[in-house]
Ligand binder design. Structure first.
Ligand SMILES: [Fe+2]
Length: 292
């Protein structure tokens, strides 16, 4: 079968789309898998996760570890699912685990980043500012403790975003696959280039066109859209801001986690006395997901 991602509104695309939509989960609960020991899931439990990854590129596991702060829980969970090539960012421990929790902003400029606050984060995929050699293919978010109010994640499978755009106008997809569709301008601090301009497509394929990756941020500030991609970006914006049966909203509970192939997601704002703590690990390889 030719790739459904690179052949426009072809019969291969339509067959893949119809099958995908036929089997697509209807409710958030359909993504949930109960795991007895997240550090060592059984084959049957892993298969339950893989079947959800295959259908929706994401699964939510519910485990019994509650507020246990053991960072090896998400490490072992993902290791058991396949990804091994993890990202180490400046805030991560040697196993790639980053603690996402509000921090004292007086500690330094690093902590002014929104992920370390209680502010909302709009639609994005992780690592959208990375170059093409460092695309984040999968990630895990493991919840240790949740805020008193808020902190939900909205979730949308990026393959569904692809379908909604393709069915509206195949030219949207063509424009968003252009290598200069979206540029994240360089980050310059005190006259020094901390990160160079990062141009790239929104949708790209890998593994011989059998897998789709998305690079996106809903931010409007400091994003440069190419002239040909501007209309497509507006269409995508409209899709993400509309009510949709494909968009799920979930609140991870202590001991639960989201394992996904870098689907589109948000973080809603949160507040209250409880300290929200999530562990995140990003990977440069996928949780297995084969096209059929
Ligand atoms: Fe994220």
């Amino acid at each position: 079968m030719a790739s459904p991602f690179t052949t426009g509104l072809s019969d291969d695309y339509k067959r893949w789309r119809d099958k995908k939509l036929l089997h697509y989960p209807e409710r958030l609960e359909d993504l949930v898998v109960e795991i007895a020991d997240p550090k060592s899931p059984t084959t049957a439990e892993k298969n339950e996760i893989f079947s959800r990854i295959k259908r929706a590129n994401m699964a939510i596991y519910t485990g019994p570890t509650g507020t246990d702060q053991d960072m090896s829980i998400p490490v072992e969970m993902m290791r058991s699912l396949g990804p091994v090539d993890y990202d180490i960012n400046p805030e991560a421990n040697p196993n790639g685990v980053t603690s996402l929790t509000p921090r004292d902003h007086s500690e330094g400029s690093t902590f002014d980043y929104i992920p370390y606050s209680n502010k909302p984060i709009n639609w994005h995929t992780d690592g959208y500012y990375n170059g093409p050699d460092k695309t984040v293919k999968s990630l895990i978010l493991h919840c240790v403790s949740q805020a008193s109010n808020g902190g939900e994640n909205k979730l949308l499978d990026h393959e569904i975003a692809f379908i909604l755009l393709m069915d509206e106008n195949p030219e949207y997809i063509q424009a968003l696959m252009d290598i200069n569709a979206m540029t994240i301008p360089a980050r310059i601090e005190n006259g020094k280039v901390m990160r160079a301009d990062s141009p790239g497509p929104v949708f790209m394929t890998s593994r011989n066109d059998s897998a789709l990756h998305m690079r996106y941020t809903h931010r409007t500030r400091s994003i440069i859209w190419s002239d040909t991609a501007t209309g497509s970006a507006s269409a995508l914006r409209r899709i993400l801001e509309a009510d949709s049966p494909y968009i799920f909203t979930g609140l991870l509970q202590p001991g639960w986690g989201l394992a996904c192939n870098n689907v589109l997601h948000t973080r809603e704002p949160f507040s209250g006395d409880e300290i929200r703590l999530l562990y995140r690990i990003r990977y440069f390889d996928y949780i297995p997901h084969l096209l059929e």
